[in-house]
Design a protein around this ligand. Sequence first.
Ligand code: AQP
Length: 333
Amino acid sequence: MFNDQKVSFSGVQPSGNLTIGNYLGALRNFSTYSEKYKTFYCVVDEHAITVRQVPADLRRRTYETLALYMACGLDPAKNTLYVQSHVHEHAELGWILNCFTMFGELSRMTQFKDKSVKHADNINAGLFTYPVLMAADILLYQTDVVPVGVDQKQHVEICRDIATRFNQLYPDTFTIPEPVVAKTGMKIMSLAEPTKKMSKSDENSNAVVYILDDRDTIMRKFKRAVTDSDSVVRYAEGKDGINNLMSIYACFTGKTFEEIEREFSGLGYGAFKEAVGQACADALAPVQEQFRTFMADKAMLEEQMKKGAEEASWYARRTLSKVQKRLGFTQFR
Ligand code: AQP
């Protein structure tokens, strides 16, 4: 809460081409907060370097992620849209919070465990302390709600623990944030291995539908999606592939699982996959069109980055200064 106004904060890493998992689990829900909350949506490039990035790709994706925020309905006049590395308070508060975070609690983070396996040749300290920087991102803005996919819920929970610990030592410093996970789209799974989360860094591009994939590619990927030897479209244990496709279809059409089961009764998987592909491509088409318009105007994107960084810095400075005072750091005007 800042000046009696509730705050929503979230971020997306420019660590790859964004997927329909990022879209359904996070991005498309961001704009629902724009009217009633003070909203901060950040392109978290500092998080992205916990895994090696090609500099030119990171730069391009940072612009693309900002353009996608706007293409998903985030109006920069109503939302503060900015890039994490443009607001140095994130890294500064991150360091301070490191001193209030326990080694044991970071060791329990599932994303650290998963990414340590995936990037066994580069288990760097940043990968380990990622949740502390994420806590700083959130707490800097006195955030009330953090709209995220279910995979990030654990990170918001550790953020709450860190903030509560800090507040016990130095009362009334941070607002304690709540994770908000949308009812649908909370975890979209890989099309090739439906027990695994769909991730932008997946090496198998057929397992992932990207927000910017064209219609033919989307149709082809859904056509190839792993299902099972049954042929009935129904949501049930052990039918991970079909369950995932039903969730995706439900997200894009707003239909319930019962309605979907009725719609495809007796039709088999081919017709169902075709319909999922069409619904996905139809929903993404306007986003892609907007994206292309915004990407064609680099000067406008840079102007937005600058404006967003200035707005975010104003709030971030206030919280960081409060924290520094509480800790006993000397300050001068
Ligand atoms: N498959 C998913 N289903 C639902 N939500 C998802 N999110 C990511 N994947 C899914 C949500 O998207 C937001 C931004 O995620 P992120 O970029 O910060 O990092 P991530 O969760 O690590 O996403 P990826 O795609 O898996 O990235 P990489 O491959 O780089 O690690 C978050 O709110 C997340 O929950």
